[in-house]
Design a protein around this ligand. Structure first.
Ligand SMILES: C[S@@+](CC[C@H](N)C(=O)[O-])C[C@H]1O[C@@H](n2cnc3c(N)ncnc32)[C@H](O)[C@@H]1O
Length: 266
């Protein structure tokens, strides 16, 4: 017999927009909606709404991963066109799209504050791994990227192979299944507000689990429409709350639309 949870999960997964989302996340959101006493129909609608707000909203319509991979394969040998193509592909995810204007400055300023980095964990990565050529990683470095879309993960794994990076992408719901192996650097870029839309204390739980000597934690400081609305103040207060009591050295970097904290834990 099909349970209400299975029915809601199946109905959500039936929709193309949510098909590739990690089943554990779909089930977690659906379970939370059913526990509010909603009918099956209401729970399907509310689950889709939540998955839209926290994940699908960042993707610009159809993500043409196969075509992108073909483009990357055919242009990769020519180093002069790599970065322009990667920029074009990063525009398909609103989070990396917003970073394009500051990208040439973003990673150089961050990496200038870091020692040689050999292992990276990119949490709720979106298309940020495509910015690897902008990051000054040690030549032998390994990169683990996690997000909730199975098709995006396949694409990123093909990209790592093409770029000859020792990288791996995995589909994971980081609310319940965050990688905990120690790394030199954890990238938590614009992720905390997104997770905290789903669970109020998700940021704190995430930071308790991540085992990293250095963390780069960022927040949007301007809304998608370009208005400021005190976002930098709100998020710097949230960052202070989340890291209160840490033995850590923190450097704040203010970019035009992103507030970044580079943290070295003691
Ligand atoms: C604001 S975007 C940030 C993307 C990337 N870190 C960047 O700054 O370019 C938030 C990302 O979190 C991912 N996401 C949302 N919920 C998640 C979850 N429970 N586990 C893992 N990733 C999640 C979304 O798919 C999306 O790519």
């Amino acid at each position: 017999m099909t349970t209400p949870l299975q029915s809601v999960v199946a109905a959500v997964q039936n929709s193309r927009k949510y098909q590739a989302i990690d089943p554990a996340l779909v089930a977690a959101v659906a379970g939370a909606e059913l526990s509010k006493g909603r009918s099956l129909k209401e729970a399907v609608k509310a689950t889709k709404n939540q998955l839209h707000q926290s994940a699908a909203v960042y993707q610009s319509g159809r993500m043409a991963y196969d075509r992108w991979l073909d483009q990357l394969r055919s242009t990769w040998p020519d180093a002069s066109v790599r970065r322009p193509l990667l920029r074009q592909l990063m525009a398909a995810h609103s989070s990396t799209n917003e970073r394009l204007a500051i990208l040439d400055d973003f990673y150089p300023r961050i990496f200038a504050l870091l020692p040689p980095i050999h292992t990276v964990l990119d949490i709720a990565c979106g298309l940020n791994p495509l910015a690897l050529p902008w990051m000054s990683l040690a030549p032998d470095s390994t990169y683990l990227a996690v997000d909730v879309f199975a098709d995006q993960v396949l694409f990123l794994n093909d990209f790592f192979q093409l770029a000859q990076v020792a990288g791996r992408a995995e589909s994971r719901n980081v609310l319940t299944d965050c990688p905990t192996a120690p790394v030199d650097l954890a990238l938590i870029l614009k992720t905390i507000p997104c997770l905290e839309q789903m669970e109020k204390d998700a940021g704190r739980r995430l930071l308790e689990q991540v085992q990293a000597r250095h963390l780069v934690i960022s927040f949007p400081s301007r809304s998608l429409g370009g208005r400021e609305k005190g976002m930098a103040n709100t998020y710097s207060a949230r960052f202070a709350e989340l890291t209160a009591g840490w033995d850590a050295k923190v450097t704040r970097l203010d970019f035009s639309n992103e507030l970044v904290f580079v943290v070295e834990r003691g």
